[in-house]
Design a protein around this ligand. Sequence first.
Ligand SMILES: [Mg+2]
Ligand SMILES: [Zn+2]
Length: 162
Amino acid sequence: MDKAVFLDRDGVINRLNRGSYVTSWSMFEFLRGAKEAIARLSDSGFLIFIITNQSAINRGLLTEAGLEVIHNNMLFEIEEAGGAVEGVYHCPHRPDEGCKCRKPETGLFNQVGEDYDIDYPNSWFVGDFESDREVADRMGLKFILASGGGGLEKAVKEILNE
Ligand SMILES: [Mg+2]
Ligand SMILES: [Zn+2]
């Protein structure tokens, strides 16, 4: 079984702009210390998964191909900083669609569970909303609330018990 850290994207890895969506790479801004924090986690033997709600897709503001470009650029920069991300899982649906993958539903986490053998009680979810805690509870994951510059760095210190 693998220990994992699930990371929310918007607000944890990149700056959250309330009311607007990241619909191009130029709008994606890494938070201070985020790339380095991810590198420390992957160096410590955790599998890293990014779990993200991207309703901009079904709102018609972003295509699946456009999201892939953003994520490929993001992953390239994380790798340049020495980090390794095992997978990025996203929900394209709007809240009114009632899907099973938009957080705080657990569908995306269950998809990871189908692809990997995760040791949930020894794994973590880092999110920037209190509602993210709900998902962690449902999945039996430990939870850390983190947001803004330096937030993920602090969360990683807690995970690594420093
Ligand atoms: Mg978020
Ligand atoms: Zn969904």
